[in-house]
Design a protein around this ligand. Sequence first.
Ligand code: ZN
Length: 208
Amino acid sequence: MSATVDALLPLSFLEAVRHVDSPEEDFEAELVSDLRNKRLGLSDTVYNQIRRFTDAVKRRQRTSHDEAVALATLIGRRPDAEAVFRAAGRYLAREAYQSISPLTRRLLLVLPSLITRPIALRHTRRLSARYFNGRVSRIGSNIFLEVGRSVTAGSAQRSVGCAYYEAGLKEMLRLMVNSVGGVEHVRCNTRGEGSCSWRAEWRPTKAE
Ligand SMILES: [Zn+2]
């Protein structure tokens, strides 16, 4: 069986393009505009894909890894590729976060971090596995996200595509435990290091 990704991953790319290109417009009304599609450098086919991926997300279906890579490559050609990848990462994190029950989300933000950190780590691990095909581990006060088969690494020059996972991890931790610590790309497949890995500091702003 060929590799798959959660349908939310390719959908996050397309939603980010829509968001970055016209943050204040009515997206739905604009979808059919040829002019707009040309401006985005994306074909009508891609817009049909938005609908298809949205349906797949609702049905919790996974989609082809290669198809997600093809979309990432389209974004990688844009001069603002990094901004789009960052927006896409944040979109995916927000949607993934919404899959956690409202009660748990609330408790994560109000209980002391001594209690919430293990819970947040468990959710980060689960969501990263499902949506990023990534592995999360904790060493001391750092969290590591490792992605063996990055969708975005080969999509743009240098490690621009890697901003996707970096922004996603940062947003996920911010939402869950209000972490404002930095996220550092410590290992990169584009440098021939086999996989991509990010280190995040657990630094909740509320009292310990
Ligand atoms: Zn990388």
